[in-house]
Write a protein that binds this ligand. Sequence first.
Ligand SMILES: Cc1cc2nc3c(=O)[nH]c(=O)nc-3n(C[C@H](O)[C@H](O)[C@H](O)COP(=O)(O)O)c2cc1C
Length: 219
Amino acid sequence: MDLYDVMRTTPAVREFTADPLPDETLRRILDNARFAPSGGNRQGTRVIVVRDPATRERLAELNKPGVRRYVAQIKAGQSPWNPLEAPAASEAEIEATEVPESFTKPVLTAAVVLVFVVDLGVVAALDQHLDRIGLISGASVYPLVWNTLLAARNEGFGGTITTMAVAQEPAVKELLGLPDQYAVAAVVPIGKPVRQLTKLRRVPVEELATRERFDGAPL
Ligand SMILES: Cc1cc2nc3c(=O)[nH]c(=O)nc-3n(C[C@H](O)[C@H](O)[C@H](O)COP(=O)(O)O)c2cc1C
């Protein structure tokens, strides 16, 4: 596929056919995705390739607490899991929130689930002394995650970056046998999409980019 076509038509895919994603194809996807950058080219990311149904069941289960807060906050009109604002919903309301199937089914039904983990011992975190949530270390892993989804699209597959299970990171680490200093960045179900969306809702360039300053003229 043309690069711009791939970039413009890679949606979050959550519904999959029963088609397999053979190791050979997965290897080709990762063999191209691995050229993503990382801070200082330290390449601290590892990808755990999960096919075992029992491990997927557990990952789906570990999504649930994160999803409950996510859904409860959306219902309360908030930006979910935002670090600047505490949940308006109470603990009891969050606990009682139902988990939509769309948050658990993808890891159960995808051809494969990739768990991206990163060695915190090699990430460069230039924002570590700032009085805000850390952002920069993620930039050493998410380019690879996104490259993987772009490559999957090029091979006729699709998936979604999911992060709900990361709220239960200690349990995910135990499940997958991760060494202490690794962090979980994303759980990515990948498979053959039931339908291929081609029109994604995104802000236009005029809203995305301004000249010289934040309040500058739109590009
Ligand atoms: C950092 C990040 C975390 C995300 N976490 C989840 C998630 O936990 N579960 C999920 O279903 N989708 C998750 N998504 C997918 C987004 O909801 C999706 O990319 C966005 O809504 C755009 O969807 P579209 O490409 O189909 O338009 C996440 C995406 C990103 C970039």
